[in-house]
Each structure stands twice: as structure tokens, then as C-alpha cells.
Design a protein around this ligand. Structure first.
Ligand code: 1GP
Length: 237
């Protein structure tokens, strides 16, 4: 398995990837629950992301374990902090919160997690993480104590994404926040897509097939969806 290679190939070939975000705090590691959860996920899903902004979860390892047992999709960690790193997964989005100026989420957590990553077989995918205003205060904003970037400041968002690429990040993730009222705008996605050459991930507030397709058409290689499946509101609007 080469996770990054697959993401990059999807970008080059214009294929669309769909990552289902599992928040361990909202996932019960019982066979019946997990099986029912997996049954409602669209067949075009290609990856699982596992992680959350709250560090209260003690059972990430069990979540990854049951996903691996019930599905063949690759599992990537999407850690809210370094305690969420577990060697059971296939890879990790090694995030740096580039939209904020809190050193703890730019480099502090990464230093704390580095040695446990070294001891694992996790594939590390360096990812520039950009929090964009999704219309309500989200967990990322609260936990990281950083402000999201306003949606209308497209030049600043583009510059941040470009800086991430020049720093050597292998992906850029545009994040409106879990449960966002409004997803990242198509204009932002298009502008970032035109500026960078690395794969673009987009998530936060995407709740329907139509919006997902628009986000792909604007230039996302991978769309990340969590809340709509947690709350059974996919395509409900
Ligand atoms: C959050 O981008 C992800 O980190 C997914 O957001 O839960 O709103 O789908 P939703």
C-alpha cells in the first residue's frame, strides 16, 4: 500500500477520492454498530480518516481495529493531538495548522508525536491544514485557539496553501470545520487548485452528493465527510 502515491495518481488522472471521517468519540466499537455504520456509507468511499478534536477518546486503536476487520479501505489517522497516534492504522495525515499562529499546532504536537510515529509502520503524509470560516465556531478553532481564515480573503488563503507547498507539504487540506454551516466556497477551491500542484483535500459541512460533486469539479482530489453520516443526514436537504 502506498497511500500518497494513490492520492497523487488520483489527482493526475482526475479521479475523485472520498474519505469518511470517523470521530472516535461518536463511534461505538461494537460489531453491530460498526457494521450498520459501514452499510450507510456510499460505495464510492475510498478511505477512512480517524480522529477528532477532543482528546477524550481512549479507544482510537479499537476503532481502527474494527474498521480494518470489517473493511478493506485504507485507514489514515487525522489526529487532533499526538495522543491519537496509533500504529494500527495504515498512515497519518501529519497536519500542520498553517492558517493559525499557534506554535503548538504548527510544530509542538508534531514534535510530541514524532517518536511514536518512528516506531510504527505508519505512512506519513505531510499535510498543510488550513482552517476556513464555516459560519460557526468549530472544534478545531476552539481546541487550537486560532481564528479561521475569512472566506472572502482568497488571496491570503492561496498564499497560505502555496507556502505549505513550498515548505514541502505533500497535500493541502481546506477545512471548514466539522459540522460547518457553509463548506469551503468553490471559488476558494478553484483558486487554490490553480495555484498549487499537490493534491487538494476539502472537508467540513459537505452534506450532499451535489455539493460533493461541485467540490470535486472545483478541483478537490479528496473530499472528507463525517457529520452527514454520523447524523444520517446525507442527501437529506
Ligand atoms: C472535519 O472536514 C471534516 O474535519 C469533515 O467535516 O463532519 O462537517 O463532514 P464534516
Amino acid at each position: 500500500m502506498n497511500l500518497y502515491q494513490d492520492i497523487h495518481t488520483a489527482q493526475v488522472q482526475g479521479k475523485s477520492l472520498l474519505a469518511i471521517l470517523i470521530d472516535p468519540d461518536k463511534f461505538v466499537t461494537e460489531y453491530a454498530f460498526a457494521k450498520a455504520y459501514l452499510e450507510k456509507i456510499p460505495s464510492q468511499a475510498t478511505h477512512f480518516l480517524v480522529g477528532g478534536s477532543s482528546n477524550a477518546s481512549q479507544h482510537i486503536e479499537a476503532v481502527v481495529h474494527i474498521l480494518k476487520e470489517l473493511s478493506t479501505l485504507p485507514v489514515m489517522l487525522f489526529p487532533g493531538d499526538y495522543t491519537q497516534i496509533t500504529p494500527e492504522a495504515d498512515g497519518i495525515l501529519f497536519l500542520s495548522l498553517l492558517s493559525g499562529r499557534n506554535p503548538e499546532y504548527l510544530i509542538g504536537q508534531q514534535v510530541k508525536g514524532a517518536s511514536s510515529i518512528q516506531k510504527s509502520n505508519l505512512e506519513v503524509i505531510p499535510t498543510g491544514y488550513i482552517l476556513i470560516d464555516g459560519g460557526k465556531k468549530t472544534a478545531v478553532q476552539r481546541v487550537s485557539n486560532t481564528a479561521p481564515m475569512p472566506q472572502n480573503d482568497i488571496p491570503a488563503i492561496v498564499s497560505t496553501a502555496l507556502a505549505g507547498q513550498y515548505l514541502g507539504k505533500k497535500c493541502i487540506y481546506l477545512e471548514a470545520g466539522s459540522g460547518a454551516q457553509k463548506p469551503v466556497s468553490l471559488a476558494i477551491i478553484k483558486a487554490v487548485r490553480e495555484a498549487i500542484t499537490i493534491p487538494l483535500l476539502v472537508g467540513g459541512g459537505i452534506r450532499s452528493e451535489q455539493v460533493m460533486q461541485d467540490v470535486y469539479d472545483a478541483g478537490a482530489t479528496m473530499v472528507v465527510i463525517g457529520t452527514a453520516f454520523e447524523e444520517d443526514t446525507w442527501n437529506a436537504l
